[in-house]
Write a protein that binds this ligand. Structure first.
Ligand code: SDX
Length: 426
């Protein structure tokens, strides 16, 4: 095994280098502070591996994304969100029987406790769906006392299935509440994604017809959002879970983090940006703003902490725009604006030097808007799909025998000790 040498105050220290199955090696610095009195300093964790994981591998330079070893492009083309969910949770692709059993189990957990519907009525009708998702998913922690002993694998499994199954119902209800329509109950004879479409766009007054091409496109979008290594919201779920917190509360914390425009909120921000740009002739102005250090404006849906190449999910997304437009016989001029914006940005030295490419959020909003979702629902859909990733990562962490509570240290730059001065003497 290789080592890394460090010299501090004239003394030499060696730290082992650990290798994974693929990807960068890591320096194991767990003994660094005890031996040297030094912390590492890495705000934003740009050079820090927080854990071991066997779920998802990303090669940012090559634009590679694997789930349990399977390339995202192959999963998006051949698999289903339920099958990818099974893969993330269990490590292997399911047999036909295993998949059927998993889908049956998930479908039987899609209903919410009737009391939960009461929580929606506490929100204003114009509440952002992500605010509702944070609140209602957090509230779930009060309803399932039979699945909070996280040391019991069976209780972890039932909590995992409940979360994956109920997110579409919760998200659909958030939409229904915002438009003043009655909540639609789930149906067990529909697919996971078809059920979500009907709960969102169906009404009690008539039968809802799921359009297969739309169901397929949305299911593919869910696959593209399922998991993504140790991103900010996944790290939030892991950190919350490391204290032994209730799993429903941990997922609510992940939802809160995902909402930020730098993370999952970028899909809503990207479409709002594209609509603000409007026509291709205005693209240059916005490109210049994005390059201006004194202007906080950034191209939403562009850039990524890990991908320094094209996000492979954006490639699939761009093709899915065309599939949905064709299936629905619609178009949206904002797609042409997006295509031209991408072309102009990628030919600009600023974006080339900083390796800024479209990410998963750049095209997704165009598809979701064409299907009929308001922009405020985009991040709720991201949270719906990412729940399986959060849950799989949480399970991986809790079942790790070496698991410890996450507790980073700091570089303190505040006042050193000083004596209190009574107010009369200040
Ligand atoms: C997601 O982590 C994940 O995996 C997340 C995600 C997942 O599936 O979980 O992939 C989902 O969150 C995708 C990212 C969605 N966010 C956006 O599209 C928002 C716009 N993008 C940026 O805010 C930014 O690119 C981040 C937040 C995504 C990444 O930021 P980093 O890694 O901290 O990089 P940085 O902000 O330090 O940027 C590096 C340089 C900076 O310039 P300098 O200070 O070096 O001069 O690139 C510039 C930035 O100013 N830059 C941009 C830019 N993104 C980065 N300039 C203009 N437009 C942009 N979009």
């Amino acid at each position: 095994m290789a080592n890394v040498k460090l010299t501090s105050e004239g003394k030499d220290f060696e730290y082992p280098v650990l290798s994974g199955s693929v990807g960068p090696d890591v320096v194991d610095i767990r003994k660094l502070y005890g031996q040297t009195g030094l912390f590492t300093f890495d705000p934003g964790f740009t050079s820090t591996a927080s854990c071991e994981s066997a779920l998802t591998y990303i090669d940012g330079d090559e634009g590679i994304l694997l789930h349990r070893g399977y390339p995202i492009g192959q999963l998006a083309e051949h698999s289903s969100f339920m099958e990818v969910s099974y893969l993330l949770l269990n490590g292997e692709l399911p047999s036909q029987d295993e998949l059927g059993q998993f889908e049956y189990t998930i479908s039987r957990h899609t209903m919410l406790h009737e009391q939960l519907a009461t929580f929606y009525r506490g929100f204003r009708r114009d509440a952002h769906p992500m605010a509702i998702m944070c609140g209602v998913v957090g509230a779930l922690s009060a309803f399932y006392h039979d699945s909070t002993d996280i040391s019991d694998p069976m209780q972890r499994k039932i909590a995992s299935h409940r979360l994956i199954a109920k997110m579409p119902t919760i998200a659909a209800m958030a939409y229904k509440y915002s438009v003043g329509q009655p909540f639609m109950y789930p149906r067990n004879d529909l697919s996971y994604t078809g059920n979500f479409l009907r709960m969102t766009f169906g009404v009690p007054a008539e039968e809802y017809e799921v359009i297969p091409e739309v169901e397929k496109a949305l299911d593919r979008i869910f696959i593209l959002h399922a998991d993504h290594e140790q991103n900010a919201s996944t790290s939030t779920v892991r950190l919350a879970g490391s204290s032994g917190a209730n799993p429903f509360a941990c997922i609510a914390a992940g939802i809160a983090c995902l909402w930020g425009p730098a993370h999952g909120g970028a899909n809503e921000a990207a479409l709002n940006m594209l609509r603000e740009i409007g026509t291709p002739d205005r693209i240059k102005h916005y490109i210049e703003r994005a390059k201006d250090k004194n202007d906080p404006f950034r191209l939403m849906g562009f850039g990524h902490r890990v991908y320094k190449n094209y996000d492979p999910r954006a490639t699939v997304m761009q093709q899915t725009v065309r599939d949905v437009f064709k299936a629905l016989k619609v178009t949206d001029p904002v797609f042409e604006t997006a295509l031209q914006l991408e072309e102009i940005a990628l030919s600009d030295p600023y974006f080339a030097e900083k390796k800024l490419f479209p990410n998963v959020d750049f095209y997704s909003g165009i598809i979701l808007s064409a299907i009929g979702f308001p922009t405020t629902m985009f991040t709720a859909l991201f949270a719906l799909a990412r729940t399986v990733g959060w849950v799989a990562q949480w399970n991986e962490m809790i079942s790790d025998p070496g698991q410890k509570i996450g507790r980073p240290r700091q570089l303190y730059t505040g006042p050193t000790q000083r004596e209190y001065v009574p107010v009369a003497q200040r």
